[in-house]
Write a protein that binds this ligand. Structure first.
Ligand SMILES: Cc1ncc(COP(=O)(O)O)c(C=O)c1O
Length: 436
């Protein structure tokens, strides 16, 4: 008997060995079998093309497969692949640090490298804690953040994030941070209460991403800067998502015209091509660690700190960002999607249309980030319609990942007008799907 054997598919092999992030394997449908990606399009194994409307978790900045970055990485790999960054240095790390100091807000003069957004946050938190200890103010250990904050999944990053719904299982193990409503009065009251135990204030400036694309005004940021300055407390800007043009300027802090004391960058730092992050610090922070005491050094480092290939990617990406004016390009993309949504969403009550019950609330945009809330159905990140809507979007050729009842788009700079219109069309269709 001639038994024909077919080899297992990628999805079948994946099911046997992979454990995916933020995935309930007991419920969710099979992952997309992706074979390649170029520009704003992801191609599946069977040739299906899907527009990446969320920049693959907010990382892909210019578009997939950006030649200049890939080339810079390849050249670097052949010249110097990896060397430890303790007791050694190299041109790509120094050059990137020089460029970052030039382009980030005034006063950020030191660059500490790490690997991803979460570790950039860990670094910032540890810097602040040790900074206070060096000044005999070790009691300053309580960070103040915003409700709905998300800063990553490592323990320090979880501790300053909103535990609902992501970190509930770990809540009791997290050091206590204080989360405040996003207004100056509430933050002032929290700082008053903390007195000399307050360590600093951390936030995702202008747009809180995972918490639901919640947007603040630049005026709020300016007031917060003034408040921290008045109390001599460090302001930490988590620009892991907002950095490199997502909000219409190179950094969200630029939109408000403020400079933080520490700034965390990742995701778009390398154009999304390879993991790398930095924590930028003001000279005052750096100086506070400089002494003749070895024990007063900043004890933090990762194997791949300042990885040369990552630095080369980031340098190439930064030059593209500046030469192509990526912040303006993304702003135009966001404006196009927003205007298309406004054309159609009024039917659902996003605008005062006389509809008895709006189906959509809070259409909002900052630069290349556009979002709105579905008014009906379950609310919150674990809302059961989210995976249904995700599948409906994929079936329509657009990769979206609703944050519970919040729909948003944040495509890369390569996105064409036609692709913007398709993204908007599918978002509108999802409102119908959610209401069905
Ligand atoms: C604002 C913000 N900070 C930190 C992180 C964590 O970054 P990573 O996933 O690279 O660890 C994220 C990730 O989405 C983020 O959006």
């Amino acid at each position: 008997m001639n038994i024909k054997r077919t080899s297992p598919s990628l999805v079948e092999r994946d099911a046997a060995v992979s454990w995916h992030p933020y995935t309930q394997h007991g419920i969710e449908v099979a992952p997309l079998p992706v074979s390649s990606a170029k520009g704003s399009v992801i191609t599946l194994e069977d040739g299906t093309e899907i527009i990446d409307a969320i920049s693959s978790w907010w990382a892909i900045l210019h578009g997939h497969g950006e030649l200049a970055i890939a080339q810079a990485m390849a050249d670097q790999a052949l010249r110097l692949d990896h060397v430890l960054f303790a007791g050694a240095t190299h041109e790509p790390a120094v050059r990137l640090a020089e460029r970052l100091v030039e382009v980030t807000p005034e006063g950020l003069t030191r660059v500490f490298y790490s690997d991803d957004g979460s570790t950039a946050i860990e670094v910032a938190l540890k810097m602040v804690i040790q900074f206070w200890q060096h000044q005999d103010q070790g009691q300053r250990r309580v960070f103040v953040g915003l409700e709905h904050a998300y800063h990553g999944d490592t323990f320090g990053a979880m501790a300053i994030g909103d535990p609902d719904p992501f970190f509930e299982p770990f809540r009791e193990l997290l050091f206590g941070a204080r989360l405040s409503a996003p207004n100056i009065k509430a933050i002032t009251a929290t700082l008053d209460e903390l007195g000399d135990t307050a360590a600093g204030v951390i936030l995702e400036p202008l747009v809180q991403g995972a918490g639901g694309m919640l947007m603040q005004s630049p005026a709020f940021l300016r007031e917060l800067r003034a408040l921290c300055t008045a109390r001599d407390l460090p302001l930490i800007a988590d620009e892991v998502m907002t950095g490199f043009g997502r909000t219409g300027k190179l950094f969200a802090c630029d939109v408000a015209g403020i400079a933080p004391d520490l700034m965390c960058l990742a995701k778009g730092l390398t154009g999304g091509m390879t993991p790398m992050s930095v924590t930028m610090a003001s000279e005052r922070f750096f100086e506070c660690f400089v002494s003749q005491d070895r024990g007063a050094a900043f004890f933090h480092g990762h194997t791949f700190t300042a990885h040369p290939i990552g630095c080369a990617a980031a340098l190439a990406s930064l030059e593209l960002t500046l030469s192509r004016d990526v912040p303006a390009v993304l702003d135009k993309i966001g404006a196009r999607i927003e205007s298309k949504l406004r054309e159609h969403l009024w039917e659902f009550g996003a605008e005062p249309s006389g509809a008895s019950k709006p189906r959509v609330l809070g259409l909002r945009r900052q630069g290349g980030i556009v979002a709105f809330d579905l008014a009906h159905g379950e609310q919150g990140y674990l809302a059961s319609q989210a995976p249904v809507l995700r599948q409906a979007a994929t079936a329509r050729g657009v990769l979206l990942r609703p944050l519970g009842n919040i729909l948003y788009a944040m495509p890369p700079a390569s996105t064409t007008v036609e692709q913007c219109d398709r993204i908007a069309e599918v978002l509108v269709e999802l409102v119908e799907v959610a209401s069905a």
